[in-house]
Structures are given as structure tokens and as C-alpha cells.
Design a protein around this ligand. Structure first.
Ligand SMILES: O=C1O[C@H](COP(=O)(O)O)[C@@H](O)[C@H](O)[C@H]1O
Length: 264
């Protein structure tokens, strides 16, 4: 890349980071032209949530393809905003932190170990019931606001798998019927490996103050259309009904929705 093009790209980034995008149609479904636009839109949404909070901000993060995107967003925040974050993975695979399947481990690899004190880490990896209890106690120690004994986390950034799963809530799995007051549920038979995991419950997703789905890739386009356009409730991601719910999508994921990409 020439020096001129490099400088031009930096200026372009500074420009998009300062503005809100112009979107067409449904304001809760934002299609992004490219990765830079996606990062800047998430950054703007996230900064507002963190700035508006007078206290610590509880942030749940999906793993998988979201790690690269959200690590980039988090690392761009001012230090004063970063310091307010209390982070946790909305679902965790029960493997050691240095295993390549660990969601938390994947974030720490990109963000650096200085973030370790801000992450809720699940140490138990052999017993899913014990791990769920440990995770829940650690989350309770953050003292999020609650409603009917469920936490109102400030924001959950959720991914969606090509089968429509979100967190470790898989299609047709019994955990989808859970309607109790436990925040974290164990799962021993995840259809996607590794099988032993812990996950926030569907009621916890729905009690969050903000839920922002971030979905990328053409393999998710058909199910996204069913969830967003046809309002299908056949997939776990389509069962999340938080009051403030947004979808931030790349163009391949949104290709069947007929929504124009946001412009700056
Ligand atoms: O197993 C998981 O998969 C989903 C989706 O991952 P993606 O790579 O298709 O985006 C992820 O949201 C979840 O946190 C993770 O544990």
C-alpha cells in the first residue's frame, strides 16, 4: 500500500468514527458496508453505553468469530472507559484458559493479560454443574442491577452460529425451555464441540438492558432472514426478546434482507 493510500485510509477511519451512520428502514437492523464501518458502528453504540453509565459496566461477550471484532472495539476505547468494563463470556467451553477452544482465553490472547482482572473467569473445567455455580457466584459479585432476581447486564454482544444458536443455547435443546432464576446453566451435550460448556440462560439474555447481535458471513443469511424478516422463533437467536435489541450485520449475512448498507 502506498503511503498516500495508508494516510487516506486513516483519515477515512477517523471520519467514520466521529459520526453516526445514516441507516435505511428499521433502525434496529444495521447493515455495514465493510469491516471498518462495522467496527466504528459497534464502537459508537458501545461508547455511548459506557459513557452513560455512572458505575461499572457489565458486558457479556460471545466467542467464535466475535472475538476479533469485539477485541478491536474494546481496544479502541479511551482508558477511562476501558477501566469501567467488567467483562465475561456469555458462554464458555470448559477447557483450560490456554486451550484454543476457550472463549475467554481467545479474548485475553488478543486484548492482553492486563485485561485478566476485568474478566470473570471460570476455573472449574471438569464438572459443568460446579462451573455454572462458580460462574454465577462470580457474576453476582459484580452486583448488577436485578429484576425478579435476574441480572440486568448493561450490554450483551451476542453472536449467532450458522444453525441459529446463540450463547450455548442450541436449536431444539432442552435448555431453551428453562424459565427459572439461575443465571448460568450447565450443558454437557453441546452439539458443537467441545460438548461440556456453561451458558447464560435465555431469561438472562432477555433481562439485559441492551442486546446487540453481531452477525457476519453468508452461511448465516438464510436463518437471519427467517428471524428478522419472517419473525421466526424456530431458532435460539430468534427467541431473544430484550427490550433494546439491535442487529449489526455485514453485507454477506444480510444479503437476503434487502436492507441497504449504512452510509456515513
Ligand atoms: O460455539 C460458539 O459459537 C457461537 C457462534 O460462533 P461463530 O464463530 O459462528 O460466530 C458463538 O457465538 C459462541 O459464543 C461460541 O461459544
Amino acid at each position: 500500500m502506498t503511503l498516500f493510500k495508508y494516510a487516506y485510509n486513516i483519515l477515512l477511519q477517523m471520519d467514520t468514527f466521529a459520526k453516526d451512520p445514516v441507516t435505511s428502514g428499521n433502525k434496529n437492523v444495521i447493515v455495514t458496508e465493510n469491516k471498518n464501518d462495522m467496527i466504528s458502528i459497534i464502537f459508537n453504540e458501545f461508547s455511548k453505553i459506557v459513557q452513560d453509565s455512572q458505575s461499572l459496566v457489565t458486558v457479556g461477550l460471545s466467542g467464535g468469530s466475535m472475538v476479533g471484532i469485539m477485541s478491536d472495539v474494546i481496544s479502541r476505547l479511551d482508558q477511562s472507559l476501558k477501566d469501567k468494563l467488567r467483562l465475561f463470556c456469555v458462554d464458555e467451553r470448559l477447557v483450560s484458559l490456554d486451550d484454543e477452544d476457550s472463549n475467554t482465553g481467545a479474548y485475553l490472547k488478543v486484548l492482553g493479560n492486563e485485561f485478566k482482572k476485568q474478566f470473570v473467569i471460570v476455573e472449574e473445567i471438569n464438572d459443568a454443574n460446579k462451573a455454572a455455580k462458580e460462574f454465577e457466584e462470580n457474576l453476582k459479585a459484580l452486583k448488577p442491577e436485578t429484576t425478579e432476581s435476574l441480572p440486568q447486564f448493561d450490554v450483551l454482544f451476542l453472536g449467532m452460529g450458522p444453525d441459529g444458536h446463540t450463547c450455548s443455547l442450541f436449536p431444539n435443546h432442552e435448555l431453551l425451555n428453562y424459565n427459572g432464576s439461575s443465571w448460568i446453566l450447565p450443558i454437557e451435550n453441546s452439539p458443537k464441540p467441545p460438548p461440556r460448556r456453561v451458558t447464560v440462560s435465555l431469561p438472562v439474555c432477555n433481562a439485559a438492558k441492551n442486546v446487540i447481535f453481531i452477525v457476519t458471513g453468508e452461511s448465516k443469511a438464510e436463518i437471519l432472514k427467517e428471524i428478522i424478516a419472517d419473525k421466526s422463533e424456530s431458532y435460539p437467536a430468534g427467541l431473544v426478546k430484550a427490550t433494546k435489541l439491535k442487529w449489526i450485520l455485514d453485507k454477506p449475512a444480510a444479503k437476503l434482507l434487502g436492507i441497504e448498507a449504512a452510509k456515513f
